[in-house]
Design a protein around this ligand. Sequence first.
Ligand code: 6PG
Length: 475
Amino acid sequence: DKADIGVTGLAVMGRNLARNLARNGQRVAVHNRHRERTDDLVERFGGEGEFVPTGSLRELVESLERPRRVVIMVKAGPATDAVIDELVPMLDTGDVLVDAGNANFTDTRRREAALAERGVHFVGTGVSGGEEGALHGPSIMPGGSAEAYRELEPVLRSIAANVDGTPCVTHVGADGAGHFVKMVHNGIEYADMQLIAETYDLLRKVLGREPGEIAETFRRFNTGRLNSYLIEITAEVLGHVDARTSRPFVDVVLDQAEQKGTGRWTVQNALELASPVTGIAEAVFARSISGQPRLREAAADLPGPSEQPRIDDPEGFVADVERALYASKIVAYAQGFDQIQAGSATYGWNIDLGAVATIWRGGCIIRAEFLDRIRAAYDQNPGLASLLADEDFRAALTEAQDSWRRVVATATAAGVPVPGISTALAYYDTVRARRLPAALIQGQRDYFGAHTYRRTDAEGVFHTEWAADRSEHEA
Ligand code: 6PG
């Protein structure tokens, strides 16, 4: 009997994806470069469904029903190319190759184009939700041709997370669209994590609360509009006590945040697209700064504020912080969705933003009730210029903004860095400003480089003779 689908790369994500497929009725051919992993999978989880262990990529391909469907779950980059290069000569027209790793979408575009020439469908897909998600239902973001998606849709729907009867999978768009959206998902994940971390830091340093107490606060936040997976696990991590020292776990962990690179890609791409994802950028840079002990050591003696701000109403401050977090979160997500919109326009993907919000409601790391609100915003107005313009978000920002300002002011006075929260507020104040000092920048540019400017009251492009009589003429 032939297998329905193949999986190569059986590290924890690949293994769990293979198990998820088998548990949902697929006969799954499995392969790993080192055979032990394949045998281990079948030995430990063989009872969960039908697995066909194979010892080589050729054997894997030969074990499959046509059109063949092969899921690659190896390290992004050269390892993925190596597997593709080995597989492609064995495949036929109409076969579907799925890259479920965290590939850079530009690689996915290149691979898709190369394989399309050979008649092989290449589907770069984002898969979010970590190990647990891969096993019990991830959020799945496939790119590639509509034809390839039709081949995969039933099986992807069967293994994806499910919210209110809707599977968390949609055809995002052609070629690299799926991996692009996964990349921005990770960027938003970075921003959200940074905002939560700043909130914790404020409660700790301004109110002097202990991690255990702050865990309770997050548990409470989690019963409200901030309800999300990231808030939930934050409470778990903060409540955890280190077994070795009996100290709060968060106090014994080295405070240097690492990154595998997807957040950085998001910001690099945002620069290309001129898409101002300031929240994501601050989050990436905050991780970078944390990971520079030499810099931090050199600066450790610099003075902080000579006086600490007085907080007369601690519970009022906690409420302010909740509002600041929520408002900042709206901005960070608005920026991320804007980047998707910009990418979609630039790369010709026609991405449905509401559909993206829908598949992020479950399975993925940023899953939250909040995504339902974003979906509703795009449902109401698919052409929304920014989430900030949505009526409900507008109302939330209106209600939050005074608190938000107090939090940034207090943090500044206390010397507690809140790059994520303050950049979100700066963005808010920037986009709502009727006039920006950009006019002055245009004047400066024209002054030193004759770079020209446009006027508010006339068509055309102008230059002022700064060094001469300061007369103006059309450029
Ligand atoms: C997910 C995650 C996942 C990613 C981690 C690690 O959606 O399941 O985004 O894909 O591996 O978040 O990212 P960093 O190591 O860069 O923090």
